[in-house]
Design a binder for this molecule. Structure first.
Ligand code: PHE
Length: 474
């Protein structure tokens, strides 16, 4: 183990940092809404099964790879394949993907910060006014918000693993949880709250079809921060004494729990705002829910608690989403940071400067692709429509590449590094793992049906997104 590589100071620090990465914008609004639209409790059950039986083994494999190599994802693939060129491509993708995801996630985080700033300064009525979001995203003020968000992320990251990432997670995650519980407690007191809870929890298995299953699995995969190189990188800051098996379970539980509890905040609020809401009509997009729909709902709370009260609840809500987004952003920027430090042997500060300039430029371009600049707004045509620069980055690096990265990881750990290597690594710090049913399941699933499922999702996404036909018929 490299003597001067920084490590997390405690297991809790690692778990909170990894959970901080996993708990993001998707957990708070996207998950509850898609659960409600797609069978309520039935969706929740399927989602939980996917997390336990498909995502957890992948998460353990990512962590094992990172800790074994004590390197960034590119270095990890290279070291454990003895510099095999083929596998360096997988390593390269595992660094390029987070680099590009920064570009779209940063844009959304900046908007959230902007809405938070407006809610705190008493402008909730403006946020809720018709068409405001469209005006906001093309307003020059987004660049100011961008500078503030970039400064916060860099301030955390420049502190390194213990003083930066771990300290921030130890503060932000408990704060997030307290805010979430406080909002749930308030929302459940509203009229008609229980109608929302019912829609969210009562199972309707008739809604299950291939498309819903595909959506649930993709959501679980994204939500647990898999395929992004993040867990490889974070686990490279663990030592052999740390229990990866136990920690990965904790991270999966925390992430799913926050997503579940968020449903108890969002659905009652929606149904008390409008008891006749037809769940089918709620938007699939977290972006339009958060920036278009929810401000109106938050403003309507003034009938109950006055304008100041509604503004406080709105500020709390946007702060909650902002905290969730910041810990995710930190984790995703850390991947290319670690890659530059490990592969180019430069200091953390220099790596952060290089990334601020490169991702900064691309983020500015994607921010301008919502109408500020025409050629960025109508950047490219595919899948039967014109797409912006932001759409392109989102479609390619979030929708398409994540399952591919997961697939390559499964194949790498089980066929190249070999199951014995994986088992041996996972057993370090987890007594009783060798020979357990868990070990057998992990080795079997990672070498058979999990890569197969990921391959089908990958191919189906490519054909549907770019060639407008689906191999799954969905
Ligand atoms: N799990 C995160 C989320 O739900 C995924 C993510 C992590 C996205 C890091 C971007 C960066 O938002």
């Amino acid at each position: 183990m490299s003597a001067n590589r920084e490590h997390f100071s405690s297991r809790l620090g690692f778990i909170l940092a990894a959970a901080g990465s996993a708990v993001g914008i998707g957990n708070l609004v996207g998950f509850p809404v898609s659960a409600t639209k797609n069978g309520g409790g039935a969706f929740l059950i399927v989602y939980a099964l996917f997390v336990a039986f498909i995502c957890l083994p992948v998460m353990m494999a990512e962590m094992a790879l990172g800790r074994k190599a004590q390197k960034d994802p590119y270095g990890a693939y290279k070291t454990l394949s003895n510099s095999d060129k083929k596998w360096s491509i997988a390593g390269f993708l595992a660094v390029l993907t987070p680099f590009m995801i920064v570009v779209f996630y940063m844009v959304i985080t900046v908007w959230i910060f902007g809405f938070l700033a407006q809610a705190v300064t008493g402008n909730l009525d403006l946020l809720a006014s018709a068409g405001y979001f469209g005006v906001f995203i093309n307003d020059k003020s987004v660049f100011i918000y961008m500078i503030v968000v970039a400064a916060i992320v860099n301030l955390i990251l420049v502190g390194g693993v213990k003083e930066g990432i771990e300290k921030a997670a130890k503060f932000l995650m408990p704060a997030l949880f307290i805010m979430l519980v406080a909002l749930v407690a308030y929302v459940l007191t509203l009229d008609n709250a229980m109608a929302g809870v019912r829609y969210y929890l009562v199972p309707d298995f008739s809604k299950m079809n291939a498309s819903v299953l595909n959506g649930a699995l993709s959501q679980a995969f994204f939500s647990l921060s898999l395929g992004m190189g993040i867990l490889i990188t974070y686990a490279s800051y663990l030592s052999n004494k740390d229990d990866i098996v136990g920690s990965s379970k904790m991270v999966a539980i925390m992430d799913s729990l926050v997503a579940f509890i968020a449903g108890l905040m969002v659905l009652p609020a929606i149904f008390s705002f409008n008891p006749n809401t037809d769940p089918k009509e709620l938007s699939d997009s977290s972006v339009s829910m958060i920036f278009d729909y929810l401000p109106k709902l938050l403003l309507a709370l003034q009938d109950d608690i006055g304008y100041v009260g509604a503004s406080i609840v709105a500020s709390l809500f946007f702060l909650l989403v902002f905290f969730a987004a910041i810990t995710s952003l930190v984790s995703i920027v850390e991947v290319p940071t670690a890659a530059l430090m490990d592969e180019k042997c430069i200091s953390r500060k220099k790596a952060l400067i290089v990334l601020a300039l490169t991702t900064g430029l691309l983020t500015i371009l994607s921010t301008m692709s919502f109408g500020m600049i025409d050629w960025l707004t109508s950047f490219i045509n595919y899948g039967g429509g014109s797409k912006s620069f932001f759409d392109l980055v989102y479609d390619v690096f979030y929708d398409t590449i994540l399952p591919l990265n997961g697939l390559l990881l499964c194949l790498f750990v089980t066929y190249r590094w070999k199951k014995s290597g994986l088992s041996e690594e996972l057993a370090q710090g987890s007594e009783g793992y060798l020979g357990s049913a868990m070990e057998k399941y992990v080795n079997f699933s990672l070498s058979t049906f999990i890569p197969l499922i990921l391959a089908v999702i990958f191919i189906n996404t490519v054909t549907t997104k770019y060639f407008a036909f689906s191999i799954l018929g969905i």
